[in-house]
Design a protein around this ligand. Structure first.
Ligand SMILES: CCCCCCCC/C=C\CCCCCCCCCCCCCC(=O)SCCNC(=O)CCNC(=O)[C@H](O)C(C)(C)COP(=O)(O)OP(=O)(O)OC[C@H]1O[C@@H](n2cnc3c(N)ncnc32)[C@H](O)[C@@H]1OP(=O)(O)O
Ligand SMILES: Cc1cc2nc3c(=O)[nH]c(=O)nc-3n(C[C@H](O)[C@H](O)[C@H](O)COP(=O)(O)OP(=O)(O)OC[C@H]3O[C@@H](n4cnc5c(N)ncnc54)[C@H](O)[C@@H]3O)c2cc1C
Length: 674
C-alpha cells in the first residue's frame, strides 16, 4: 500500500483471530451508517478533535460525582463544545456538512461526551426545533440568532404534573389581553405545574410553553408560546416564575429536568409561536391548516428518537459481541478447552439478531425521515397535508417499536455479559437507563400504539369502501380477496404473511367493535374494551413496516457483492427472528402452518452458524470509537480483564485500606463480640 501508513493496533488474540478473516468490506458498511465516504472521514476528524481535547475529559468518573458535580461537569462541557463549535476554525472547516454529519456529531456528543444527559439537549433538540419548525419567518429572524449564539438557552415545556399524554387536558393558560396586547401565562392549580422538561431546572432562561389559548372567554386549545424564565446576566428567576429541578431519576441525572409555575406572567402577543396559528392585535384568531401542526416538534423528535435508540443498540451490541468473543466459559466437549461464549448457539441468538436489528431500524428510520422532510416541504409550500396522518402514524409506530425493541435488546446484551454486564464500567447499565425513558417521553408507547390503531381502523374501513389509502397501508387493498395462507417462505412471502396477519387481526377487532356498538356501547367505551387487541395489531403492523423496508432497502443497494451478501443474511435473520417471535400470531391468522414454522426455526439455526464468524467484524463495521463505547467489556482491544481491574481501582473506597466507616461502625460491633 504505497504512501499509506497502516496502523497496527493491539488487540487480544481472540479478537485478532476474529478479525483475520472478514468476508466483506467493513468500511463500506461504516459508510452506510455515516451516509457516505466523505461523512465517515469528517466524523473521524471530528472525533479526533473532540476526544483529544483535555477540556472535554471528566476529572473523575461521573459515577463517583455528587448530583451537583455531575450537573456542573456536564454543563461545563456542553458550553465548551458550543463555543468551540462556533469559534474553532478547525471545526468550522469540517462542520456544517451534509445532514448525516450533524447526526453523527449528535451521536458523538450524546454518547461519548455527555454520558448521562446534557443540560443543553432540549435547547438544541426541541427549543431550536420549535423555532425552526413552528415560528414565522419574522419570529425566526428574531429568535434563531439568539438561540444559536447561546445568548438565550431554551427548553420545551409541555408536560404538567397532572397531564403528560392528554394534551387537551393541559391546564396552563395563555389569556389574551387586547388592552395591553399581551398574553397572561398562568398556572391555576398545583397540577398545572410544568414537570419534566430537560434543562428547565437551572439551565434555561427561556422556554417554549404549551398553554391553552383563551381569547374573550373562548378556549382555542393548546398552543406554543415563548416565555422568558430568568433574567439576562443574573439568571435570577423572573417575577411570577417559580422554577427548579425535580430530583434524581432512574438515569440521565446530569440533565436538570425541571418544574415551572406561572403566576399571571405577561408576555408580548408576538411571543406566541405563529407559523401555523395566529392571534391578531384585535384578538382575532387565525386558524392553522390543521390543528395538529402545533404538535410538529413532537413528530420531529419522534423521528430523532428512532436514530437515537439505533445508536444505543449499536453501542450495546458492540460491547456484548466483543465480550462474547473474548470470554471463555464452561465446556462444549468434556475435557476440551473452554470455548469463547459466542460458540454457544444461545449466545449467538442473543447478539446476532440485535446486530441485524440495527440495520432494520436504520433503514426504516431513514424512510421515516424522508417522509418527514416531504411533509415539511409541503407545509412550507402551503400545499396539501395529505401525508400528515401517514407521518403521524408511522412516527408513532416506529418510535414505539424501536424504543421498546432497543430497551429490551440492551437488557439482553447486559445479560449476555453475565455479572460483568451489571458493572457500571461495562457501560451497559447507563446505556439501558438512557434508553428506557424513550418508551415514555415524546408520547408514552401504549398511547402511541393506540394512535396507530386509530389510523389502522380508519384505513381498514376506507379500504372496504374502496377509498384512498396512505402508503404504509396500501397493502390493505391487495388482500381483501386473498386467502390468508402464504405458500413461499422467501422474505417477500414473510412480509406478505405479516400483511395478512394484520388484516386478519383488524377484521376480528373491527367485528368486535361493531358488535359492542350494536349492543349499545358508546364507541369510546367499545374502543377501550378492545384496546389490548388494538395495541397488538398496531405492533404487528409496525413490524411489517420494518421488515418491508429492510427488504426494499436491500433491493436498491448498489454496493459490493460481499456487503450485499452479508446484508442479505442479516435481513433474512431479522425476518426469521421476527416471524418466529410472532409465530403465535402468524399461526393464529392462518398465514403460516406449524410445518412452515419448523422450517423457519431450522433455517434460523443455520443462519446463526453462518453469521457467527462475521459477528465481531460486523460490530467493528459500526466503527464506534472506544470513547463512544466507554466500556471495559467492549473496547476495541478486548483487554477486558485488565480494564475491569483498573476501573475497580478508581473506586474512592480503595483510596485507603481501612475506611473511616470501619472505625465508626464495624470496629465497635466487632470489639463487642470479642
Ligand atoms: C430534517 C431531518 C429531520 C430529521 C429529524 C431529526 C430531528 C432531530 C430532533 C431532535 C433530535 C433529537 C435526537 C434524539 C434525542 C433523544 C432525546 C430526547 C430528549 C427527551 C425529549 C422528551 C421531550 C418530551 O417528552 S416533550 C412532551 C411529549 N409529549 C407527548 O408526546 C404527549 C403525547 N400525546 C400526544 O401526542 C397527543 O395528545 C395524542 C396524540 C396522544 C392525542 O392528542 P389529541 O387528544 O389532541 O388527539 P386525538 O386522539 O383526539 O386525535 C385527533 C386527531 O389528531 C391526529 N393527531 C394527533 N397527533 C397528531 C400529530 N402529531 N400529527 C398529526 N395528526 C395528529 C390523530 O391521529 C387524530 O386524527 P383522526 O383523523 O383520527 O381524528
Ligand atoms: C426522561 C424524561 C424526559 C422528559 N422530557 C420532557 C420534556 O423535555 N418536555 C416535556 O414537556 N415533557 C417531558 N417528559 C414528559 C413525558 O413526555 C411524559 O412523561 C410522557 O408524555 C407521558 O406522560 P405522563 O407522564 O403523563 O404519563 P401518563 O399519561 O399518566 O401515563 C401513565 C399510564 O397511563 C396510560 N395511559 C394514559 N393515557 C392513556 C390512554 N388514553 N389510553 C390508554 N392508556 C393510557 C399510559 O399508557 C401509562 O401506562 C419527559 C419524561 C421523561 C421520563
Amino acid at each position: 500500500m504505497a504512501g499509506k501508513q497502516v496502523q497496527v493496533r493491539f488487540c487480544v488474540p481472540d479478537l485478532q483471530k476474529e478479525r483475520a478473516n472478514c468476508s466483506f468490506n467493513k468500511e463500506e458498511i461504516t459508510n452506510i451508517f455515516d451516509g457516505g465516504e466523505h461523512n465517515t472521514e469528517t466524523r473521524r476528524k471530528l472525533q479526533n478533535i473532540i476526544f483529544s481535547d483535555p477540556n472535554l475529559q471528566d476529572p473523575i468518573p461521573p459515577d463517583y460525582m455528587s448530583h451537583e458535580q455531575r450537573y456542573e461537569n456536564e454543563l461545563r462541557k456542553a458550553v465548551y463544545v458550543m463555543k468551540k463549535f462556533m469559534t474553532d476554525p478547525q471545526l468550522q472547516d469540517i462542520g456544517g456538512g451534509p445532514e448525516a454529519i450533524k447526526w453523527m456529531y449528535n451521536s458523538i456528543l450524546r454518547h461519548a461526551i455527555h454520558k448521562d444527559g446534557n443540560p443543553l439537549m432540549l435547547h438544541f433538540g426541541m427549543f431550536l426545533g420549535a423555532i425552526m419548525g413552528q415560528m414565522s419567518e419574522e419570529q425566526q429572524a428574531e429568535w434563531l440568532p439568539k438561540a444559536m449564539s447561546g445568548e438565550i438557552i431554551g427548553t420545551y415545556t409541555q408536560t404538567e404534573l397532572g397531564h403528560g399524554t392528554f394534551l387537551r387536558g393541559l391546564e396552563t393558560t395563555a389569556t389574551y389581553d387586547p388592552v395591553t396586547d399581551e398574553f397572561i401565562i398562568h398556572s391555576p392549580t398545583i397540577t398545572a405545574t410544568k414537570w419534566w422538561p430537560g434543562g428547565l431546572g437551572k439551565t434555561s432562561s427561556f422556554a417554549v410553553v404549551m398553554a391553552q389559548l383563551h381569547i374573550r372567554g373562548q378556549n382555542y386549545g393548546p398552543h406554543p408560546f415563548v416565555v422568558q424564565l430568568r433574567e439576562h446576566v443574573t439568571h435570577a428567576s423572573r417575577p411570577g416564575i417559580t422554577v427548579g429541578e425535580i430530583g434524581p431519576r432512574l438515569g440521565l441525572n446530569s440533565n436538570d429536568n425541571g418544574f415551572l409555575r406561572f403566576d399571571n406572567v405577561r408576555i408580548p402577543r408576538t411571543n406566541m409561536v405563529m407559523k401555523h396559528s395566529k392571534v391578531l392585535k384585535d384578538g382575532t384568531y387565525v386558524k392553522p391548516k390543521s390543528a395538529k401542526l402545533s404538535y410538529g416538534v413532537m413528530v420531529l423528535t419522534r423521528v430523532g428518537i428512532c436514530y437515537d435508540v439505533c445508536w444505543q443498540l449499536m453501542r450495546a451490541t458492540t460491547i456484548a459481541t466483543r465480550y462474547a468473543a473474548v470470554r471463555h466459559q464452561s465446556e462444549l466437549e468434556v475435557g476440551e478447552a473452554e470455548p469463547q461464549i459466542i460458540e454457544y448457539q444461545t449466545q449467538q441468538y442473543k447478539v446476532l439478531p440485535m446486530i441485524a436489528s440495527v440495520y432494520a431500524i436504520w433503514f426504516a428510520a431513514d424512510t421515516l425521515r424522508h417522509t418527514y422532510m416531504e411533509v415539511q416541504k409541503n407545509i412550507n409550500k402551503g400545499s396539501d397535508l395529505d401525508l400528515l396522518p401517514e407521518l403521524h402514524a408511522s412516527s408513532c409506530a416506529l418510535k414505539a417499536l424501536f424504543s421498546t425493541d432497543v430497551t429490551d435488546g440492551i437488557s439482553v446484551m447486559r445479560l449476555g455479559c453475565g455479572g460483568h454486564g451489571y458493572l457500571a464500567s461495562s457501560n451497559l447499565p447507563r446505556i439501558y437507563t438512557s434508553t428506557t425513558p424513550s418508551q415514555t417521553y415524546e408520547g408514552e408507547n401504549t398511547v402511541l400504539w393506540l394512535q396507530v390503531a386509530r389510523f389502522l381502523i380508519k384505513s381498514f374501513r376506507e379500504a372496504s369502501k374502496g377509498g384512498r389509502l396512505q402508503p404504509s397501508v396500501a397493502y390493505f387493498k391487495n388482500h381483501q380477496t386473498q386467502t390468508r395462507r402464504i405458500t413461499d417462505l422467501s422474505n417477500s412471502g414473510l412480509v406478505s404473511g405479516y400483511e395478512r396477519s394484520v388484516l386478519s387481526m383488524l377484521e376480528a377487532v373491527a367485528k368486535q367493535l361493531q358488535q359492542y356498538s350494536e349492543e349499545g356501547m358508546r364507541y369510546e367505551h367499545a374502543w377501550n374494551a378492545c384496546s389490548v387487541r388494538l395495541v397488538n395489531v398496531a405492533k404487528v403492523h409496525a413490524r411489517y413496516i420494518v421488515c418491508d423496508q429492510f427488504v426494499k432497502a436491500l433491493a436498491k443497494y448498489e454496493g459490493s457483492s460481499g456487503v450485499r451478501q452479508i446484508m442479505d443474511q442479516l435481513c433474512r435473520l431479522y425476518m426469521i427472528y421476527s416471524v418466529t417471535n410472532d409465530q403465535g400470531i402468524l399461526l393464529k391468522s392462518g398465514a403460516l402452518t406449524p410445518d412452515q414454522c419448523n422450517l423457519l426455526e431450522e433455517e434460523l439455526g443455520e443462519l446463526l452458524a453462518a453469521l457467527r464468524p462475521e459477528a465481531v467484524n460486523l460490530v467493528d463495521a459500526f466503527d464506534l470509537h472506544d470513547e463512544v463505547l466507554d466500556s471495559t467489556l467492549g473496547a476495541w482491544d478486548g483487554d477486558v480483564y485488565n480494564r475491569l481491574y483498573n476501573e475497580a481501582m478508581k473506586s474512592p473506597l480503595n483510596k485507603v485500606d481501612v475506611p473511616d466507616a470501619y472505625y465508626k461502625y464495624l470496629q465497635p460491633l466487632m470489639k463487642s463480640n470479642l
